[in-house]
Write a protein of this length. Structure first.
Length: 388
């Protein structure tokens, strides 16, 4: 019907020009929102919000209050309310969040609200305070000769970058890479914290960022992230995919371990493709989880690592995704309390799963598609009226 009308009333050239104009106008007016934290939405559009056991998230919220309330007035008000209100049930927690926060979409590139959700955990390694033939793979403290180069005031684009270096002659050069550190004549000799018995386990400890070391007498020592050598993080799982050794679907912590174990002659070559190197300090509060970038203990399945350039640390997040090997929806309230070298972009989060076999399995296999919503302190009351 439309075709016949256009043929009758529009000359061919005019019809084509008009159609092209309409098409171009449509393209120019419909553009995706910029990546990052986007518009506010109503609580009743947040799928799964009514089902989460929100009372389990209260410890994680309490952990961060002393830090956030010192620097952010809105958080001072929120944290004061936590101390005066009964928040023992899920409904009470739900009412509290709906009274003090507003959910916001987080948008990725091309206007998509779907991104990658991964996981990490706190591993346990075997170690010794002294090296011997079994325990001969060191964990290092931050090196005394490593410089932190602050270039943000001169180059704003480098404000959030890890710039590390060392002095050679009268020149500042990049700090040693993994390959330069992990060799028989390491430049960091004498700066060891302790030694472990598994080179691959030490490598993965660098990725997790913290862990526990069980000594021969049964005692336990905690180690946590202290600094990094300034080199970019490179995922060796991605390298194995590029080399055709594993498919994207096959890559997991377990399959990478198996590959390293079955290719001992090539293992160091592969690991050295990740030049990033982590330095540790000794943790004393073993009864709590490791501390994240917010410097508060992480809470299993309630803390997550994010890109702090996009999501401020301490921000409550609503994550909706699935768990590995399951089509069942996994939706919960978590808090942005950590960062990571591989955690970049708006719709990107790394769930902390805690310690133990379940945590290790979930963290090793987690590479799910999901959505993230930021719950921001309520500063604009207009949205409240709209959502009621």
């Amino acid at each position: 019907m439309f075709t016949r009308v256009t043929r009758r009333f529009f000359p061919p050239r005019l019809f084509l020009s008009s159609s092209l104009l309409i098409l171009l106008n449509g393209c120019s007016t419909v553009s995706p929102p910029p990546p990052g934290i986007n518009k506010a939405i109503c609580w009743d559009t947040l799928a799964g919000w009514q089902q989460d056991t929100l009372s389990e998230a209260l410890p994680a919220l309490r952990q961060q209050c002393p830090r956030l309330s010192k620097s952010q007035p809105e958080w001072k008000t929120i944290c004061s309310a936590i101390d005066t209100l009964p928040l023992t049930t899920d409904d009470e927690m739900r009412d509290f969040f709906e009274a003090h926060f507003i959910p916001h979409n987080i948008i990725g590139t091309a206007g998509k609200n779907q991104g990658l959700i991964t996981g990490y955990y706190e591993p346990t390694l075997n170690g010794s305070m002294q090296p011997n033939p079994r325990y001969n793979y060191p964990l290092y403290q931050p090196p005394k000769d490593m410089l932190t180069v602050k270039l943000g005031s001169r180059f704003p684009e480098l404000k959030d970058q890890r710039v590390r270096g060392r002095i050679e002659g009268n020149t500042v050069i990049p700090y040693y890479s993994r390959q330069e550190i992990d060799n028989s004549d390491s430049p960091l000799k004498g700066q060891e914290i302790l030694w472990v018995d598994d080179a691959d386990a030490a490598f993965f400890l660098h990725i997790q960022g913290s862990g526990r070391i069980q000594l021969a007498d049964g005692s336990m020592i905690g180690v946590g992230y202290a600094d990094q050598n300034g080199h970019p993080y490179v995922a060796i799982g991605k390298k194995l995919i590029e080399q055709g050794e594993l498919t994207r679907e096959e890559v997991s912590l377990d399959t990478i371990r198996q590959w390293l174990s079955s290719h001992p002659a090539e293992a160091d070559i592969l690991k050295n493709q990740n030049p990033s190197y982590v330095f540790f300090n000794v943790r004393k509060d073993l009864e709590f989880g490791p501390r994240g970038s917010l410097n508060v203990p992480l809470t299993p399945e309630r803390s997550a690592a994010v890109d702090r350039k996009i999501i401020p640390l301490g921000t409550p997040l609503w994550i909706t995704t699935t768990l590995p090997g399951s089509n069942e929806t996994y939706q919960r309230l978590v808090f942005a309390q950590d960062t990571g070298g591989a955690i970049n972009g708006p719709v990107r989060a790394d769930m902390f799963f805690g310690r133990g076999e379940r945590a290790e399995k979930l963290a090793g296999e987690m590479k799910q598609t999901g959505s993230i919503y930021a719950l921001l302190p309520k500063t604009n009351q207009a949205i409240t009226a709209i959502c009621k």
